[in-house]
Design a protein around this ligand. Sequence first.
Ligand code: DUT
Ligand code: MG
Length: 144
Amino acid sequence: MKVNIINQSKHALPSYQTPSSAGMDLRANLDSSIVLKPLQRALVPTGLYLELPNGYEAQIRPRSGLAYKHGISIVNSPGTIDADYRGEIKVLLVNLSDQDFVVEDGERIAQMVVARHETVEWQESLSLTETERGAGGYGSTGVK
Ligand SMILES: O=c1ccn([C@H]2C[C@H](O)[C@@H](COP(=O)(O)OP(=O)(O)OP(=O)(O)O)O2)c(=O)[nH]1
Ligand SMILES: [Mg+2]
C-alpha cells in the first residue's frame, strides 16, 4: 500500500528492519539530545507527517530492546495516529528506570504499525446474546 509522507527530519524515511517486520522504527529528530530523568516523559518529534487512507490508523509502540535494557516505554502505548491527522508524528516517551536516559538525535525510539480499523455504527439494543463467558473477566477462568 502506498502512503503519502512528508519527511522534514534529517533522517531517512522509516523502514522495515526485516522483510516481515510489522513495525517500522521511528527516529527522534532533535536539534540536541534530551535527558529523560527517572519517571520523566517527553514528547519527542520525528519530523514525519502522514496521510493515511481512510480506514487505517498507525500505532506507535515501544521497542522491546529499549524497554528491557533502559526501561524506556511510551506513556500512551499504543499511541494512535488517526487517518485525518496532518500534524507531526510525535512519540510520548517515558523513562521507567531509576537512571537518566539520553535520547540522541536519530535514535530509533519507537516503532509504528499501520493497521486497518473498522468504523462502527451503533445499533442500540435492549439485550445482548448469551455466552459461556457472560460477564466473567479479570481472571475468571483461573490462573493455570
Ligand atoms: O503518540 C501519539 C498519539 C497521537 N498523536 C497525534 C496523532 C493523533 O491523530 C492525534 C490525536 O491523538 P489522540 O486522539 O490520541 O489524542 P487526544 O488527547 O484524544 O487529542 P485529540 O483531542 O486531538 O484527539 O495526535 C501523535 O502524534 N503521537
Ligand atoms: Mg482523540
